[in-house]
Ligand binder design. Structure first.
Ligand code: ADP
Ligand code: MG
Length: 665
């Protein structure tokens, strides 16, 4: 029995293992140096204690192992009771299949498991546990009791691991494992524990992790006799998987987590990725809300973290950390779960396969502009109800009584009857009135890669004639505020758009699409070339990087030893300040390694160029221009964030406005 002779084993351990200072110091004068000692086999107990060092780091590790066992036993209800942050007691009770009386002592033995029997089982393992060492390791460093009653057994039996005593007790079907006084036999390790509050927080985190993966199981956590958290099973017969998952995530992580998040469902080859990911604006400074499960097991994995990061790259800048709960399901034979004693790391047969599946799963969802999915429900944060699967209503309908306005409604602005005019023909742009035009005029560029919301002019006109706001997700422009924001009315209420941020994204996506298609950016010669006094570095780069500049739609040539002239700029950026654009691009090229610049720094350069092409603050837009911008946003990937990851628009619902004015109270 694992616990018999623990004290003895511990003393032996201290005598032979260097690094346990008190004993070594006392024995120092009489004990031979470790190298002169004879080789001997370690006693079983000591082997278990050493193994326990890898498996049981702190109370939370015990919680994880015991929860794994409960889930492997098919439990639908698990209760965790703790004393002193789990240091004095961890008791985990389940209603799973139980352990037969005769097998109780076996369960505590090292390398004894019911989960695998041969190499093939190991390679295809689908249970949480399989190494058969958790209970043995836990027994080696605590005072453990195992209490269980399987179906068909009249009594439950309790096995005291320390004394080896086995006696009948009363219990319903299932198992309870009680772990008392963790590390009592290894005081050196006990010293490494943090405060009870910290250990408790780690234990709760462990339960949260498991709860996130199993919405079909109810969990409860008690500490010092108080109920800390209780999460009822949300996946019950008749309930859809994604809904149950969203509910469980809301219960465990808070409704404010789920609201600004998007559902993931993607299969690529043999890999399926599901779950929910936070919108870019929900990102945090810490990585504490990143949960990844592979075949149901919580893991930390660099490949997946990297894939997620690259999917967010274009919408989340700086050090912000996205939040996500991802479940990767794959053929177990393409995965090695037996590479880490606590099973928190895995190894994939094909890293690329996993990386791509995860990246594509997220990219696809992050790229879709969300304006079209705003539900009519009241919203607190931007885009909120759009994200909830429970609340998505793809075709917003006017719901607020005040929304349906009669023909007497004052006409604000005029309908954009033919949007293609705005995208395509520069002539239309020149017709725009420009009361104040200090900066380059805003160019409503041709865009709309996958027009989803563009209505025909006739449709829009019919709506307008009926006095109803056409169901454009971002609504109809009403006015411009302080030269910075566009105010628009949609069926839910008021939309506020940061016009520079939004336009910057539109231009950026357009530039990227052109470059990604393998063509050079369409270039437009300047009627009057722009000349500027260049630095020596600018001259060198302009000369060396002619090909790259050509790819970026720029033609920059030296006309003297100190002067460069810009002869052509990308057509998309035709209205921007050519000299500033040229200097910025030369600076970017100088900062990057010439040979790899186009691939690696491409997006950075394009983003910088887009900033030049985007309409500036304080530039007055006509209503038609504003409407054109709104329609472009609805049809541009990632248009909910600017190139720096900030939101480009916000919705203020009528209900929120009513609340502001205390209406209806
Ligand atoms: P492993 O989980 O790797 O098999 P453990 O040491 O955790 O190893 O558990 C040993 C065995 O004890 C398990 O294989 C299982 O048969 C049994 N067991 C442990 N906990 C439970 C439980 N809560 N319910 C039913 N059986 C259990
Ligand atoms: Mg186990």
């Amino acid at each position: 029995m694992a616990s018999i002779g623990l004290e003895q084993a511990f003393h032996k351990q201290r005598a032979i293992i260097p690094g346990l200072p008190t004993i070594c110091a006392v024995n120092a004068p009489t004990t031979p140096s470790p190298s002169s000692r004879p080789i001997r086999e370690l006693p079983d107990e000591l082997i278990s204690q050493i193994a326990a060092g890898e498996i049981v780091e702190r109370p939370a590790s015990v919680v994880r192992e015991l929860l794994d066992n409960a889930l492997d036993a098919g439990a639908s209800q698990v209760t965790v009771r703790l004393l002193a942050g789990g240091v004095r007691l961890i008791a985990i009770e389940d209603n799973g299949s139980g352990i037969a009386q005769a097998e109780l002592p076996l369960a505590l033995r090292r390398h004894a498991t019911s989960k695998i029997a041969n190499l093939h089982d190991l390679e295809t393992v689908v249970t949480m546990g399989f190494r058969g060492e958790a209970l043995a390791a836990i027994c080696a460093v605590s005072d453990t009791a195992l209490l269980s009653r399987p179906e068909g057994q009249e009594n439950a039996f309790l096995l005291d691991a320390r004394s080896g005593e086995l006696r009948p007790v009363a219990r319903s079907l299932g198992t309870t494992v009680e772990v008392k006084e963790l590390f009592y036999s290894t005081p050196a390790r006990r010293k490494f524990l943090k405060s009870d509050a910290t250990e408790l927080a780690h234990c709760v985190e462990m339960v949260r992790r498991q709860a996130l993966a199993r919405p079909d199981v109810s969990f409860a956590i008690w500490h010092e006799g108080k109920l800390l958290a209780q999460w009822r099973a949300t996946l019950v017969p008749g309930q859809s998987g994604p809904d149950a998952l969203a509910r469980r995530l809301a219960d465990v992580l808070g409704p404010e987590w789920v609201t600004p998040s998007l559902a993931i469902q993607h299969t690529e080859g043999l890999v399926t990725v599901t779950g929910r990911i936070g919108l870019p604006e929900a990102a945090r400074t810490r990585t504490d809300q990143q949960f990844v499960y592979i075949n149901g097991r919580f893991v930390r994995d660099k490949i997946i973290t990297h894939a997620v990061r690259s999917a967010y790259e274009d919408v989340l800048h700086g050090q912000r950390q996205p939040v996500y709960v991802l479940y990767v399901d794959m053929d177990p034979t393409r995965l090695d779960v037996n590479v880490h004693p606590a099973k928190i790391e895995v190894r994939f047969r094909d890293n690329q396969e996993i990386h791509q599946a995860v990246r594509h799963a997220l990219e696809n969802v992050l790229a879709v502009p969300r304006a079209g999915t705003i539900a009519s429900a009241p919203t607190r944060t931007p885009h909120t109800s759009a994200a909830l699967p429970l609340a998505v209503s793809p075709a917003p309908t006017p719901q607020h009584p005040r929304q349906i306005s009669g023909p007497q409604e004052e006409r604000i602005g005029y309908p954009v009857r033919d949007l293609s005019l705005l995208w395509g023909a520069p002539a239309a742009i020149h017709n725009f009135t420009e009361p104040v035009a200090p900066a380059a005029p805003y160019q409503a560029t041709e865009c709309a890669p996958t027009p989803t919301y563009v209505q025909t002019g006739a449709q829009a006109a019919t709506h307008e004639e009926n006095g109803v706001t056409p169901p454009w997700p971002l609504g109809r422009a009403l006015a411009q505020l302080h030269g910075i924001y566009i105010l628009a009315q949609n069926n839910q209420g008021l939309i506020l758009v940061d016009m520079h941020a939004a336009h910057e994204r539109i231009v950026y996506e357009k530039l990227k699409a052109q470059v990604d298609s393998g063509k050079a950016l369409a270039s437009q010669p300047l009627l009057i070339p722009a000349t500027f006094a260049a630095t020596a570095q600018e001259l060198v780069i302009a000369e060396e990087q002619t090909a790259t500049l050509h790819l970026l739609g720029l033609e920059i040539t030296a006309i003297s030893a100190k002067t460069l002239t810009v002869r052509a700029v990308p057509a998309t950026l035709a209205q921007s300040d050519a000299v500033a654009l040229a200097r910025n691009v030369l600076e970017e090229l100088a900062a990057h390694n010439a040979s790899t610049v186009v691939q690696q720094a491409q997006n950075e350069i394009l983003a910088r160029m887009a900033c030049h092409g985007a309409v500036r603050a304080n530039r007055t837009l006509t209503l038609e221009e504003m409407n054109a911008l709104l329609r472009q946003m609805e049809n541009t990937q990632r248009s909910d964030q600017c190139n720096h990851g900030r939101p480009t628009w916000q919705q203020l619902s009528l209900r929120e406005l009513d609340a502001l004015f205390l209406r209806g109270r």
